[in-house]
Design a protein around this ligand. Sequence first.
Ligand code: KDG
Length: 303
Amino acid sequence: MLDLVCLGEPLIEFNEQPDGRYLRGFGGDVSNCAVAAARLGAKTGLLTRLGDDSFGDAITAMLTHEGVDISAIERDAAVPTGIYFVTHDEGGHHFEYRRAGSAASLMNRGTLPLDYLRHTRALHVSGISQAISEGAADAVVMAIETARSAGALVAYDTNLRTRLWPVCKARPVIHQALALCHIALPGFDDAVALTGLTEPDAIADFYLSLGAQVVALTLGDKGALVATAQERQHLPAVPAAHLVDATGAGDAFDGAFLAEYLKDADPFRAAAFANAAASLSVRGFGAIEPLPRRQQVEALVAA
Ligand code: KDG
């Protein structure tokens, strides 16, 4: 039995450095989340498809090294593993994808290992998991239904990427899937685009009324608003002394939040812990490399 299964697409990352060279690393939102949770002690698995190429080999080696279960990952010799580039300017970081037709994008209801989904305490999926293809979007819904029926908690990060799909297409797909989930993990900018609401409390109300039992709305440098039907709290951000690259900070939050929430179902404590993890994750380049270990997060929470 795993604590957390993440379903979506891992990517090889090429991250622009100050000297213009590109540093090879790893990305892919739910894969980042799986590694973040694994580094914090959760028993985690990744459900995806990869090309039978050197990039796919590198991803499976990285996941194995991180202790993430890869036993359900399917390799496809006919299509490649997805990649993306990260560039940086005054506006922050920007993504450019080379992932159309990737092995993960060919996920569909028929490729899902249903039994794997029945042996986890929680499932995590995202808007990106659904954006990569219609087959993947359907597979995500089937995965949610399968894990839920087996008693798992299901979490969903909106992770809206308009380079993958326009908001008008994303909105109904995301909201339909989110309505089946227990934990909504929207980012503030995503939520504004998807709901048209601009007040954090109104956004939290929206996701609660959609069916979520817990909403953890991330607010960037303002921290997170966490709401349940009974209570809500604003958990302030932990400032990062030196912000290098915010790629994957939301995924670090998700992984830490879920790893902690699975311990005692306290979403407020989990969010305070996740804010600290997210703050540590922006202090180096890449989505995976700077993800913190438990000791570092606990020290920052206690500071
Ligand atoms: O959250 C960070 C991810 O967005 C990044 O690692 C790449 O998964 C990715 C995507 O599709 O944008």
